[in-house]
Design a protein around this ligand. Sequence first.
Ligand code: NAP
Length: 251
Amino acid sequence: MRLKNKVALITGASRGIGKGIAEVFAEEGADVAVNYLASGPAAEDVAAWVRSRGRRAMTVKADVAYRGEVEAMIDRVWNELGPIDILVNNAGIETIVPFLDLTDEQWTRLTDVNLRGEWLCSQVFCRRAIAEGRKGSIVMIGSVQAGKVLPGRTHYAPTKLGLEALTRNISAEMTPQGIRVNCVHPGLIDTDMTAWVMKRPDLLPGILAQISVGRAGEPREIGTVVAFFASDEASYLTGQSIHVDGGWVGK
Ligand code: NAP
């Protein structure tokens, strides 16, 4: 019960890694706000699962790329579940487009969600927490692609490497105010985002051969590390990024 009685907001928690984080957080004793954009019924299922573990839960729709929606989301969670102790910036999108074909619109939307969205949610959360004299913890969700080149990711990879700098810089300003900031870089995790790879017998074995553990990870294997970073056990840990990728980036 490393997160007993903490209130956590997890962005993009209707599916995939965010859902895995929500499940681990509930088992660790946290109340969970499940943010989503399009998957309302799936988000309700995650919230119901959290409640089935004896914790409080709510769903909250918001596009993390828009300040007004983020402010309304933080307000709602604060009012309904109480002051937020933990923010997990997990919401993200990935498209695969060759560099020469990438459009301004594709660049802008992806970077708005993956990088600006994490900055925005962090800023709105920190302003509220500091105004109310509260401490907290932020965990960014990056990617193995912060340290690895995969084709067609000239927009995606910079957002994930950028999160390392964002983490260090927000940490430098916010840790003295009582808010630690860290980043977890997942490797190949079995979710909707990677379903297409898992179905490609021509691609998958070559990728798995580069992963020391020899398999894709499960969302909860990210959740356990995020829970540690968010917990008071990690009280001397801030500004750091860690790869949780079965040994992919180092190989
Ligand atoms: P996923 O299965 O596609 O789920 C994405 C989640 O993000 C969904 O809950 C989705 O909500 C939400 N979302 C997307 N855009 C949003 C927006 N603008 N505002 C609010 N929520 C939004 O993806 P995943 O694999 O779980 O990935 C989660 C995070 O891990 C992402 O940041 C991704 O880049 C990163 N990551 C994933 C992998 C991997 O192998 N899976 C590896 C490295 C890093 P709706 O369903 O409601 O639209």
